[in-house]
Design a protein around this ligand. Sequence first.
Ligand SMILES: [Zn+2]
Length: 201
Amino acid sequence: MMETSPLIAAQDPLVGDYRQVLHWTMKDKPAQVIWLQILAIMVFILLGLAFSSLAIHLGKLPETVKFGLPEIGTTLAGIMATILLHELVHGLAMRLCGARPQYGLLWKQLMFYATSPGYGFRRNSYLLVALAPLVGLSCLAVLGMFLLRGTNWVALLALCATINGSGACGDMWLGSIVLRYPKSAYVVDEKDGIRVFMRSD
Ligand SMILES: [Zn+2]
């Protein structure tokens, strides 16, 4: 079904009428959300193997990693920082594209988000917004492993990079959806989904 809904603002001056050609939201797609969770677990395992291998070879991971109470605390703090940083990078990319991001937490799904409702991103800019945390934070983690090689930090960086990558499954999923539309389409990001708009004529 086609819905008509105005774009409040966009990356370019909007000329003419735009119609909404897609409204994808998590609550309308419970089956896809379950698939996404299964995919996230598989990606977690694969990335876990990849980043562990980088930690061993590039990061010269010590053979024995001490893991007591302080390390548990540091690990939990690292995981929390990764989740927040992931959303912050989405927000930075949104800002780079002229939007004003808002941050929050979806209590029901226990999911942090960065969004800019009503703002139309060019399709390719939306891809940048969606993939910036995956690419940016993965590169930072690998650089960190190299700079801190030989220390316990390498293990934490590998874990955080794995969590960040598996958390980006939804971003990749949405990226693959918007790629079905031409690059002249505009994408509006919402807390729990996206809307795609195209010119009516
Ligand atoms: Zn994300």
